[in-house]
Design a protein around this ligand. Structure first.
Ligand SMILES: Cc1cc2nc3c(=O)[nH]c(=O)nc-3n(C[C@H](O)[C@H](O)[C@H](O)COP(=O)(O)OP(=O)(O)OC[C@H]3O[C@@H](n4cnc5c(N)ncnc54)[C@H](O)[C@@H]3O)c2cc1C
Length: 412
C-alpha cells in the first residue's frame, strides 16, 4: 500500500490493537486514539478471572456459539479463528493451554504480560498511540467522516486521516472506557445501529429480605436450569451460579442470558426452572421425600435423605408456602423445578458484554460502513453476541484483522 496513507484507529481494546497490528505490518501510518490514559483496560480486567483467550472445540461447534449472527461472524473467524489466535499469542511469547472445559488460557492465566508484549511489538512497528483522546463524534453533518474531533487534556483537537477504523467497544464497564456514547453519532450519519443491550448479564428477581440478607453472594452449585421462551426456544444446562441481593448472576445464568433478556423485553418477565438435584431422577427425589420422616423436621429430612441444605433449602422456602413445604408431592416436584421469575436484566454497565451495535447490513464484507465509505467498524461495537468461553475476544480480534485488511484493500 501507499506508505503516505495514514489510518486512525479509535479504541485501543483487543479489536483496535489487532487492527493496528495488521495495518502497521503492511507499512501504514497508524494512529491509535483512546479516551483512557492507557489501552486495553477491559482486556486487563478480563485477565483478572483468568484470561480466556479462545476455545479449543471444533470449528463447527465454535461458530454455532454466535447464534443468529453465525453467518456474519463465520467469515471473520475463517480469516482469523481460534487456532490463529493461539499461534498469534505464541508469537508474542505467551504459551497457552487448554483447560478441562476446553477453554484456552495463557499459561499464567494473566492478561498483563500478553498486553505488555503486544504493545511493545506495536510500538516497534511504528504505531503511534494518542492516549486521553476522547473522540467526540463528527462536528456536524457536513464534516467529512475522516475528520475526527477529540477532547484532550490540552483542549479539543481535530485530525484527518485517509481511513478510520472505529473499535469503540460495547457499553459495559464504562469506567474502563467503553460507554456506548458512539451509537447516536453513527446513527446520525446513516449507519444503522441496533440498540445496545446487556449480554452475559445477571438478572433481578424478588427475594425475601431474609433470603437476600443471608444468602447473597452464595453459590448454587451442581444445579441445572431450564428455560423455554414463548417462541419455543430452549435452554437447559448444568452448572453453577450465585445469588445476589437483587437476583442471580454467574456463568450458568450468563449462558442463558440472551434468551432470558429477550423474553423479559417481550413478555415483561421470564421464569426459569432450577433443578436443585440434576443428578437424581424425579422418581428418586420423590421416593426420598416420601420416605417417612417420623418426628424429624422437613429441613433435617431433606438434609439426611437428599443432602439438601443451606441456600438450596432456603430457595424452596422462597417459592413454597408452609403447607406446601409439608406436602411431599409438591416439595419433591419443586426440588426438581424451582420456578424463578426474573423481572429485569441487570444494568448494561454491569454486563460482561454488549449485544446490539453496528448492524452487519450497514457494512460491506470488509466491515466498511456503506453510508460512510472509508469508515470501518470492528469488535464488540458490531451487532453480535456470544457466550463467555473465549468467543468474545476471538471474534473481536478476528473483526480487527478483517477491518484492517479492508482498509488495506481500500487504500491501495
Ligand atoms: C469482567 C469481564 C471479563 C471478561 N472476560 C473475558 C474473557 O475471559 N474472554 C473473552 O473472550 N472475553 C472476555 N470479556 C469480554 C472482552 O473483554 C470484550 O469483549 C473485549 O474487550 C471487547 O473488545 P473491543 O476491542 O471491541 O472493545 P474494548 O475492549 O471495550 O475497547 C474499546 C476501547 O475504545 C475506547 N473508547 C470508547 N469510546 C471512545 C471514544 N469516544 N474515544 C476514544 N476511545 C474510546 C475505550 O477506552 C476502550 O479502550 C470480559 C469482559 C468483562 C467485563
Amino acid at each position: 500500500m501507499n506508505k503516505d496513507k495514514s489510518v486512525a484507529i479509535v479504541g485501543g481494546g483487543p479489536a483496535g490493537l489487532m487492527t493496528a497490528e495488521v495495518l502497521s505490518r503492511q507499512g501504514a501510518q497508524v494512529h491509535l486514539y483512546d479516551a483512557m490514559p492507557s489501552v486495553g483496560r477491559k482486556f486487563l480486567l478480563a485477565g483478572r478471572g483468568g484470561l480466556n483467550l479462545t476455545h479449543s472445540e471444533p470449528f463447527d461447534r465454535f461458530v454455532e456459539r454466535f447464534g443468529e449472527r453465525r453467518a456474519e461472524i463465520e467469515p471473520l473467524l475463517r480469516r482469523f479463528g481460534p487456532e490463529a489466535l493461539r499461534e498469534w499469542a505464541h508469537g508474542l511469547g505467551i504459551e497457552t493451554f487448554v483447560g478441562t472445559s476446553g477453554r484456552v488460557f495463557p499459561k499464567d492465566m494473566k492478561a498483563a504480560p500478553l498486553l505488555r508484549a503486544w504493545l511493545h511489538r506495536l510500538r516497534e512497528a511504528g504505531v503511534q498511540f494518542h492516549m486521553r483522546h476522547r473522540w467526540l463524534g463528527w462536528e456536524d453533518a457536513s464534516t467529512p467522516a475522516s475528520t475526527l474531533r477529540f477532547s484532550t487534556p490540552s483542549g479539543d483537537v481535530a485530525a484527518s486521516h485517509d481511513a478510520v477504523v472505529l473499535a469503540l467497544g460495547g457499553a459495559s464497564w464504562a469506567r474502563l472506557g467503553s460507554d456506548g456514547a458512539w451509537a447516536p453519532w453513527l446513527s446520525s450519519r446513516g449507519i444503522d445501529v441496533a440498540p445496545l443491550v446487556p449480554s452475559n448479564c445477571g438478572f433481578d428477581l424478588t427475594w425475601t429480605p431474609y433470603f437476600a440478607e443471608r444468602f447473597a453472594g452464595m453459590p448454587f452449585k451442581s444445579v441445572a436450569i431450564a428455560f423455554t421462551d414463548t417462541k419455543g426456544r430452549k435452554f437447559a444446562r448444568k452448572g453453577e451460579f450465585v445469588a445476589t441481593t437483587t437476583g442471580i448472576e454467574g456463568s450458568l445464568i450468563y449462558a442463558a442470558s440472551a434468551l432470558l433478556r429477550d423474553e423479559i423485553a417481550e413478555q415483561g418477565s421470564a421464569t426459569l426452572t432450577l433443578d436443585l438435584l440434576p443428578d437424581r431422577t424425579p422418581e428418586q427425589v420423590r421416593a426420598a421425600v416420601l420416605h417417612p420422616r417420623g418426628s424429624r423436621s422437613v429441613a433435617s429430612h431433606l438434609k439426611s435423605r437428599l443432602n439438601l441444605d443451606g441456600i438450596k433449602t432456603a430457595v424452596l422456602h422462597e417459592v413454597l408456602t408452609k403447607d406446601e413445604m409439608h406436602s411431599p408431592e409438591r416439595l419433591a416436584e419443586t426440588i426438581k423445578a424451582v420456578p424463578l421469575r426474573l423481572i429485569a436484566p441487570r444494568p448494561i454497565d454491569e454486563a460482561i458484554s454488549t449485544a446490539g451495535g453496528v448492524r452487519f447490513d450497514a457494512l460491506d464484507d470488509k466491515l466498511m460502513c456503506l453510508a460512510e465509505p472509508g469508515v470501518f467498524a470492528a469488535g464488540e461495537m458490531l451487532d453480535w453476541e456470544a457466550p463467555t468461553g473465549g468467543y468474545l475476544l476471538t471474534a473481536c480480534m478476528a473483526s480487527g484483522v478483517v477491518a484492517a485488511e479492508g482498509v488495506l484493500r481500500t487504500l491501495v
